[in-house]
Design a binder for this molecule. Structure first.
Ligand code: SAM
Length: 290
């Protein structure tokens, strides 16, 4: 019986055997703490009916845990040096498929085809931190039938994602995530859980997709513009930011004043105090005036 891939000693042996120097530029920090891996899998609430998409399997630490709990694991790895390693470490798990591809280039139709007929997909990852937001937005906007995502990321980003209005962490990323999912920090993870240890603190976030997004799919592009414009200069009043984007004319100021008042937002408020329902009202009212 081999120890698990994540066993610190076995991880060191695998890295030595393949002369593997982790690439910082690819966010390579491999998990070597089995309690953390067990907690990630538990947060994903996996059954043998589930198909899981994993982003960045590395040498297979998390993949092995996923393979034991899920029906099928499809893991996208960008670094070609890791393919022979994964072929070796994951050989005991015929229910794992490794695909050599940048997850941001993965064909949505190919991903959708992975979903079991009777229920959704799950996405589980210890993310490459340099590309957290693009990967997150890729999946949020994919339209894939995803039930739940469990993602390890830099704690600071986790705090921004899950923040409510009123603080410095709340911004367009919080809004983009929370119009589509209920997102919670499940637990934080010490840098000692990784080889090599990252320089930042980490947290695992669980995202449950809402059955109906808070903003209808067809309105999301305009909604995103309104939110981004509102936060363009965080320290400025929302009216000022909106005028910069919408047009600084007397007629447009009248429209914006009316729209903000319908949303119950003062022109002098800052975007960081505006709630998601208030942004939804602003966006809907403004789109009707176009
Ligand atoms: N899952 C492994 C673990 O937990 O030990 C490794 C996680 S490591 C933080 C991130 C992994 O993502 C690395 O293996 C890296 O090569 C891979 N990666 C980086 N950018 C990627 C991308 N755009 N698409 C797919 N994989 C990527």
């Amino acid at each position: 019986e081999q120890p698990m891939i994540a066993d610190p000693e076995r991880t060191r042996e695998i890295m030595a055997q393949y002369h593997l120097r982790p690439k910082k530029s690819l966010g390579q920090n491999f998990l070597t703490n089995q309690n953390v891996l067990a907690d990630i899998v538990e947060a994903a609430d996996l059954t043998k009916d589930d198909t899981v998409i994993e982003i960045g399997p590395g040498i297979g630490a998390l993949t092995e845990y996923l393979a034991r709990a899920a029906g099928h694991v499809v893991a996208y790895e960008l670094d070609d040096r890791l393919l022979p390693v994964l072929a070796d470490t994951l050989a005991p798990y015929p229910n794992v498929t490794v695909i050599h591809q940048d997850i941001l280039q993965a064909d949505p139709a190919a991903l959708a085809a992975l979903a079991p007929a009777d229920h959704g997909l799950k996405v589980v990852a210890n993310l490459p931190y340099y590309v957290t937001t693009p990967i997150l937005m890729h999946f949020l906007e994919s339209g894939l039938p995803i039930e739940r995502m469990v993602m390890m990321m830099q704690k600071e980003v986790a705090d921004r994602i899950t923040a409510g209005p009123g603080g410095k962490d709340y911004g367009s990323l919080s809004v983009a995530v929370q119009i589509r999912t209920a997102a919670k920090v499940a637990f934080t993870v010490s840098h000692t859980a990784f080889n090599p240890p990252p320089k930042v603190d980490s947290a695992v976030v669980v995202f449950d997709f809402l059955e109906t997004p808070n903003v209808p799919a067809g309105d999301q592009a305009f909604f995103n513009q309104v939110v981004r414009a509102s936060f363009a200069q965080r320290r400025k009043q929302i009216m000022n930011n909106l005028l910069n984007w919408y047009g600084r004319t007397p007629a447009k100021r009248v429209i914006l004043t009316d729209v903000l008042s319908k949303a119950g937002v003062a022109p002098t408020d800052r975007a960081e105090t505006v709630s998601i329902p208030e942004f939804i009202t602003i966006s809907r009212e403004l789109s009707e005036k176009k």
